[in-house]
Ligand binder design. Structure first.
Ligand code: MF3
Ligand code: CO
Length: 250
């Protein structure tokens, strides 16, 4: 079932979204050579709690962190730990926060010091594919209109979209209906209605789309070992322009 949020619920989601976006920004500022992914995770957790919210990911299906921190060929769900970031890494940070019964969910990929031109292009294309996607995120359109716009932009730039993981509805639950794939046929999928809230999250690989899951049960990596980037915001569907609830978008 796709839930439609009332004006009051939307106000609560704005509040959750603001905290989530600020946690993402904080994490991004910490991405520097010599910092461990655990230090970033701790800071994210402290920030979320200081703001009266609860980290959405912590203990979700047993997930052991407050942030997912995925470096280089890690696509998503990287577990924070002793890994020390180094110059040239690209670092995807995904955070979620819950307050007033509603979740926010957002992510971005950050450069660690100086990175290659190709890595920067991957980050830029991934981010822009989200913004291409939300040009279609409007009442009356269909979910896969968003999907097709993301896919088209990514592939036109020579990169690939991950298929096994998708965006999602979000609200009282971190993951709600509908699924929001980053590939698909325009004109298909559920109709978009005002009051829907969607986490739209392109996961983009520099090489092939194929991924593999590590034996830690979480970390997802590219099969070919090439780089991957991620960008996500929680978005409200209206009868006009979509509203990014995890604002400010980075
Ligand atoms: N943004 C990711 C998602 O929507 C968050 C993963 S949550 C985790 O799936 F708790 F499972 F890590
Ligand atoms: Co998400």
């Amino acid at each position: 079932m796709i839930t439609l949020k009332s004006p009051h619920e939307i106000e609560l989601m704005r509040r959750a979204g603001k905290i989530t976006a600020a946690a993402r920004a904080l994490a991004g500022e910490m991405v520097k050579p010599g910092v461990t992914t655990r230090e970033i995770d701790r800071a994210v957790e402290q920030f979320i709690r200081k703001n009266g919210a609860v980290p959405s990911f912590l203990n979700y299906h047993g997930y052991p962190g407050s942030a997912c921190i995925s470096v280089n060929d890690e696509v998503i769900h990287g577990i924070p730990g002793n890994r020390m970031l180094k110059e040239g890494d690209i670092v995807s940070v995904d955070v979620g926060a819950c307050i007033g019964g509603f979740h926010g969910d957002c992510a971005a990929t950050f450069p660690c010091g100086e990175i290659s031109d190709e890595a920067q292009r991957l980050i830029d294309v991934t981010r822009e594919s989200f913004f291409r996607g939300i040009t279609r995120a409007k009442e009356g359109n269909r979910v896969f209109d968003i999907s097709a716009a993301v896919q088209e932009y990514v592939e036109a730039n020579g990169f690939t979209v991950v298929r096994e993981f998708v965006g999602h509805g979000i609200g009282r639950q971190l993951h709600e209906s509908p699924e929001v794939p980053n590939y698909g046929m325009a004109g298909r999928g559920p109709r978009l209605l005002r009051g829907m809230t969607l986490a739209i999250e392109p996961m983009v690989n520099a090489g092939a789309a194929s991924i593999r899951q590590l034996s830690d049960g979480w970390t997802v990596k590219t099969l070919d070992g090439k780089l991957s980037a991620h960008y996500e915001n929680t978005v409200l569907i209206t009868d006009g322009e979509p509203e990014i609830l995890t604002a400010p978008a980075i």
